[in-house]
Write a protein that binds this ligand. Structure first.
Ligand code: URA
Length: 486
């Protein structure tokens, strides 16, 4: 038996060096025992002769190295052995990773996925608390990751909070940022972390303001924000009362809503366009939105995922007859993980209501699903996505379209129009009338609600807002007419 001792739980280089030497000495996976430096030593175990210095070479697919670097951060103690077994098998079966049903291949993929998911949760649920005051401020957060992800997740916080010194404390390891470099120190106990600060109330107010009782889905919410994270979130104390009050608040919202009768959510048979559906839509015809949302959480199709908090996927009933497409999530959406919950979303909600469309019946999404910004001090300034980013994200839009099959897609603004129509489309020339798309869907182009928010002149703002409402009324009329024709 060969006993290999790695320096730490995340010692990928140590594993790689040892695995290479073992494989070149033809040591079978069953003859290797992997452990980490401070594990208890294996007493009375038979030992093996020392390994010959490795000579010779062999190649493994780059995909294996990428997956192994992430999977090794999983907390499963068997991971080192699994990775060596895969490496051993890959030497004679180079395409092994393509066999998704192979138990070892499936296991490494599941481990890498679990680690990535944990990394996303850390990005989304770390809450800094201020320690010290004014010039001497330092921001400290406590987090309990499921896997060994502190070093993996730290560069994200260094980019996001580049201007403030921070520490993230966890039981495994702590990450610190001094404005120049990230350093890692051993883990600590929770009692070392501060418990409250003056930012807490701001967080709570913000959370309460984006909480929409009409769109409450407790199961999905628990899935996105599992209960185990609640104890470290300042907003957690609000979750229970907000959920309990949601029914009452939503009823009050309905009672106050426009007098327009609430449209039946009955869905019409889709127009005869199935045969024309795009190849992509056909390929993904079986997808449902929740599966897509999960898949998109790991999207790395363009670099925007690196600085954004999370993927902001579309939201709305799977029976929606209208799909609204915006540009990309903004600051508030990026933090909340939901589209159109900030100022543009409030403008949109108001205009939809005036046009006689109930937002709860429409599916709302964005052409680009990660927030693109440049940091300016503590503010994150929105940046328009470029064509490669729009194209990289388009498969998600196509898959949402295939899953929802709306009768009408409303593209709000130039980025959405470019994605929906597949080419750069000037808004003013194309707005206000229905456009038949190749895949049989109908589209309507209009301005983005943020454009209305930016107009400095009050008269122009009022005028443009009315034009926006008029455009949305075209969508409402189309639905009404197709309902009558049915
Ligand atoms: N602007 C968008 O285009 N989408 C959002 O979700 C929010 C603001």
């Amino acid at each position: 038996m060969h006993f290999i001792t790695l320096d730490s739980e995340t010692d990928f280089n140590g594993w790689r060096k040892a695995a290479r030497a073992l494989a070149l000495n033809d040591v079978k996976p069953s003859d290797v025992n992997w452990r980490v430096a401070d594990d208890a030593p294996e007493l009375f175990a038979p030992t093996a002769p020392p390994l010959e210095p490795p000579h010779g070479t062999f190649n493994v697919p780059a995909k294996f190295v990428e997956q192994a670097e992430v999977a090794i951060l999983h907390r499963n103690p068997e991971r080192f052995a699994l990775l060596y077994r895969l490496l051993w098998r890959l030497r004679t079966h180079h395409d092994l990773l393509d066999i998704a049903t192979d138990p070892d291949v499936a296991e490494i993929a599941a481990m890498a996925k679990a680690v990535r998911r944990d990394e996303h949760k850390m990005h989304a649920f770390v809450r800094f608390r201020e320690v010290g005051r004014e010039q001497k401020s330092h921001f400290v957060a406590w987090f309990e990751p499921e896997h060994h992800i502190v070093e993996l997740a730290a560069p994200f916080f260094a980019r996001r909070f580049a201007d403030m010194p921070w520490s993230i404390l966890t039981p495994d390891a702590c990450a610190h940022w001094d404005g120049h470099a990230v350093s890692i120190t051993p883990g600590v106990g929770k009692s070392e972390a501060p418990t409250a600060d003056r930012l807490e109330e701001t967080w709570r107010r913000y959370y309460a303001s984006i909480f929409n009782p009409a769109r409450l889905k407790v199961a999905a919410m628990r899935n996105e924000m599992p209960k185990k994270y609640w104890r470290n979130l300042p907003e957690a104390s609000l979750i229970k009362p907000l959920i309990e009050g949601a029914g009452r608040t939503a009823s009050a919202m309905i009672a106050n809503a426009a007098t327009e009768p609430h449209k039946a959510q009955k869905r019409l048979e889709p127009p005869k366009r199935d045969d024309k559906r795009s190849e992509m839509a056909r390929k993904h015809a079986g997808d449902d939105i929740e599966t897509l949302r999960e898949e998109a959480a790991d999207c790395r199709a363009c670099p925007l995922y690196k600085d954004a908090t999370q993927t902001v996927f579309g939201e709305g009933p799977p029976t929606a007859r209208i799909m609204l497409v915006g540009e990309q999530p903004g600051d508030k959406e990026d933090l909340a993980g939901k589209p159109f919950v900030g100022p543009a979303g409030q403008m949109l909600d108001r205009a939809l209501e005036e046009a006689g469309i109930d937002r709860r019946t429409v599916y709302v999404t964005n052409a680009v699903k990660h927030f693109k910004f440049v940091p300016r001090g503590k503010i994150r300034l929105h940046q328009k996505p470029n064509t490669p980013e729009i194209k990289a994200c388009r498969p998600w839009y196509e898959r949402e379209l295939a899953a929802i099959k709306p009768e009408l897609v409303v593209a709000m603004g130039a980025t959405a129009a470019q994605s929906v129509l597949g080419k750069i489309t000037p808004i003013n020339k194309n707005r206000g009338h229905l456009i038949d798309l190749d895949d049989g869907t109908r589209a309507l182009v209009t301005v983005h609600p943020s454009y209305l928010l930016r107009l400095p002149d009050a008269d122009a703002k009022a005028r443009e807002y009315q034009r926006f409402v008029q455009d949305l009324k075209i969508a409402a009329d189309l639905l009404r007419k197709s309902e009558q024709a049915a």
